[in-house]
Design a protein. Sequence first.
Length: 492
Amino acid sequence: MGIQRHLVFTSLCLAIVSLRLSDAALSDEPTFRAGAATSNITPPIGSDQTVGASKRQATHVHDELNARCLVLDDGQSKLALVVCDLRHISAEVVAGAKQIIERSTGIPPQCVLVSATHTHTSTGAKLEDDGEQPYYDYRAFLTRRIADGVLRAVNQLQPARIGWDVAEEPTQVFNRRWFLMPSRGPIYGAHDNIEQVDTNPGYSGLLRPAGPVDPQITFLSVQSTAGKPIALLASYGLHYVGGVPANTISADYFAMFADRMGELLGADRHQDPPFVGIMANGTSGDVNNLARYSDEELEKRGPQPKKRYQPFGKAREVAYLCADKVMQVHKSLEWHDHVKLSSLQRTLTFKRRYPTKEEVEWAEAVKAKKIKPMSTSRYSTYSTVLAYNSPEMPPTIDVVVQTHRIGDLAVAAMPFEVFAEIGLELKQRSPIQPLMNISIANGSHGYLPTPEQHRLGGYETWIGVNKVQLDASVKMVDNLVEMLGELSAKGR
Ligand SMILES: [Zn+2]
C-alpha cells in the first residue's frame, strides 16, 4: 500500500542514509533503528578454573568468547538484547552491567536482557558461588565489556527493518532424562534414595524419555533499509554440543551458528559495522545433543552407523543444520519498517530449597561416618544437604524475569536452566505469538524442573543444582503469562 519513495543523501562522512517517505513517516511515525556489536569477553589463558568438565585451567583459546549485543530503537524506547558466550552469568554481574548501560545510554534495566549461551567450554560456572575467590577481576572485566558492547551497538544504530519467524530442527534435541527398563534395576539418587528417572543414563535399557523437547528455532532478523544484514538473533532449546578438546576455550555451536548465519545472509566480512549473529539458549535444562532412543525404537531403527567426529565437528554440524533451517524460513520473511517495543520486568521472591527430613538424616549419618554413601555424586553431596539445612543460608532468592514485545514477537527471559516442557507451556499460553524463550537470562539460579519432574527425581532435581522451592516453575510461568497479557493489552 502507498507509494514508497526513497531519497538518498550522502552525508559528509560518506555514510549513506536511506530515508523512506511513507504514510507513516509523514504522520510523524518515528524511524525504527537497529545496531549490533560484539564485545570480547575471553578470559586470559591459565586463569580460568572451570573450562570443560575437567575443571582444569585453559591452555588454549579455539575461538573468542563474546557478548553479542543487539539494540533496537522504535523512536520512543530502546531494547538491548545481549547474549554472552558463557556457561552461566551471575545476577550481580548483570545488575552491574545494567547500571553502567543506564548511565552511558539511558536504557533502563528492564529494557536490557543479558543472558548466557551455556557453552561449557567457557568460564562463569562458579561466578555465583565463589564470591570470596580472587577472580583476577573477571567479574569486573565482564561487567564492563557487556556494557561496552551495548554502548557500541547504540553508537551504531541505523534505520532498519525487522522480521521474525519460527524454524524447526527436531533432529538435534534429545530429552536426557529417561525411565529405564526394569532390567536396569533401581535408580539411586544423590542421597541413596530411589528415583524414577535417570539423567544421561547410557544408551541401552531405556524405556521412554521423562519429558518433551522443543524443536523450534525462534528468530528475529534486522537489516538496514538498503537490505544489508545487521543482526540475527535466534533461540534453540539445546544445552550445548561440545566435542571441544580438553582445556580449550570455545563458544561451542552457538558461535558457529552465528558465523554461518552471516555467510548465508550474504554479510560481507568487511562490512562496516559488521554483521552480528546471535544464538541464545532456549529452554534446554533437560535437553542435550546425545542421541538416545528407547530399546523399542532401537529395534525399529536397526544397527546405527557410529559417526566419528573431529574436534568441533559435531558442533559445526549442529550449527550448520540450524542455520540452514533458519535460512529456509528467512527467505520468505515479512519485513516491518517500524514496530513498537515494550518491556516488563518483575522480581519474584522464591523460598529457597530446603532438604527433606530423610536427606538431613542421611547427610548427618554420612558426616558422622555411620554410613558410607553409595552415591558418588559430586553435585549434591552430604555437605550440600547440610549447607541447605543451615539457618545461615538466606531463606529466599530474588529472581528477575522479563517479557519484551517487539511488534508481534514476544520474548520471555528466565534466570534458570529451564526444562523444555516449561518453555512449551509458555509458548502455548502466550497471548503474543510467536514467543522466543531465553533462559539463563539476567542471572543463573540453577535448574528449573516442574513439580512433576521433581517427583520423578534425577540429577536436575537435586538440592544444590536446584536452588528454589519445588513449585517455582508454576509461579514463574503464571507471572510471565500475566506479563505477556499486559504487553498484549497495550496493543501494537
Ligand atoms: Zn546445564
